[in-house]
Ligand binder design. Structure first.
Ligand SMILES: NC(=O)c1ccc[n+]([C@@H]2O[C@H](COP(=O)([O-])OP(=O)(O)OC[C@H]3O[C@@H](n4cnc5c(N)ncnc54)[C@H](O)[C@@H]3O)[C@@H](O)[C@H]2O)c1
Length: 313
């Protein structure tokens, strides 16, 4: 299959890699030629990390040989069966890109968005609403298995069926959501967790080390086994009701504490891994080295979850 990926940033380069590794021909486009060059460097580094994790993603020359870069959607769109946009999260930019995709992709091509929060179905206008869909991946797409698949009011069953089929063939775990809701499932849950965690930190109730250590050794081990809903069944619905009734647990009910804390950190240049310091100090280690270390750990745990069956390579 020929696939077009528009936007070669954090998500787009890895999306191109996923499809190329699975044997598809990929056209990767970006308005910025430097982003395209950087994307190929990142893909090479990702393939090397996969190998270090004991996964064979194929030779660099073979995988990269399936990826053609271009700054022009017009030129790259011919003959594709699927186009995925991973451009900036901005309604105007998404609308412009979809207009170009609709104009230049063949009529049978499916047009997918990787948006995190935007209701694409209300934003874009195309001649093929039955072939417009959201396929929302998680960073880094070549490692994290989940893809949220969201249909709009006009999306056909056939489009959903085909997208889900392609994703499954590549070893991904598509979850088809009944309807669009900003943030889907996971980003909404992360937002709720973030509010409470940042509030606890802002009020100095706990240290970052304490919070991560506690979470790692409890939620961390439970989540892959039970998820969050089944866990309620195992704990007991009556217990869940009692927890809700407990008047002594006051959760943060605004983002105010969180916002103030983050603004202070940003003013101090503590942006996290990319600036060498966030809640933790990364002691001058390069972001690339830290990301690679993270990816190797993720791949290790993913193999445990998969029982070694589904190599992301
Ligand atoms: N970063 C994440 O963790 C993540 C996770 C899930 C979904 N998303 C979503 O994926 C999309 C991309 O996010 P990202 O983090 O990869 O962004 P990014 O800023 O890293 O990359 C976006 C790329 O799009 C290019 N671009 C912008 N406008 C363009 C245009 N009109 N034509 C061609 N190229 C254009 C930019 O040059 C840039 O290289 C967003 O919708 C975002 O919400 C991001």
């Amino acid at each position: 299959m020929d696939v077009l990926v528009v936007g070669a940033g954090t998500m787009g380069h890895s999306l191109a890699q996923v499809f190329a590794t699975a044997g598809h021909q990929v056209r990767l486009t970006d308005q910025d030629p430097e982003c395209l060059e950087r994307a190929l460097r990142f893909i090479r580094a990702n393939l090397q990390t996969l190998r270090e994790a004991g996964i064979d993603p194929g030779e660099d020359a073979v995988v990269l040989g399936r990826i053609r870069t271009s700054t022009s959607i017009e030129e790259a769109a011919a003959d594709v069966a699927l186009a995925i946009e991973a451009v900036f999260e901005d309604a105007t930019v998404k609308r412009e890109v979809f207009t170009l995709l609709d104009r230049h992709c063949p009529p049978h091509a499916i047009l997918a968005s990787n948006t995190s929060y935007l209701n694409i179905f209300e934003i874009v206008a195309t001649s093929r609403p039955d072939k417009v869909i959201i396929a929302h991946w998680y960073a880094p797409p070549h490692i994290i298995p989940l893809v949220d698949v969201v249909k709009g009011p006009g999306t056909s069953r056939d489009t959903v069926h085909r997208v889900v089929g392609w994703l499954r063939e590549m070893g991904k775990h598509p979850v088809v959501l009944k309807k669009f809701i900003p943030g889907f499932i996971v980003n909404r849950i992360q937002r709720a967790i973030g509010r409470e965690v940042l509030s606890l930190l802002a009020r100095g109730v706990f240290d970052p080390e304490e919070i991560d250590e506690a979470v790692r050794w409890s939620l961390g081990i439970r989540l892959p086994v039970l998820g969050v809903v089944r866990r309620i069944d195992y704990a007991g619905v009556d217990l869940a009701r009692n927890v809700l009734r407990n008047p002594s647990i006051h959760l943060a009910d605004t983002d105010d504490d969180a916002r103030n804390l983050l603004e202070e950190m940003i003013a101090e240049g503590r942006l996290g891994v990319k600036s060498g310091r966030g809640f933790f100090d990364y002691c001058g280690r390069a972001p690339e080295e830290l990301m690679k270390e993270r990816d190797l750990e993720l791949l290790k745990w993913l193999r445990v979850m998969d029982g070694g069956e589904n190599d992301p390579g």
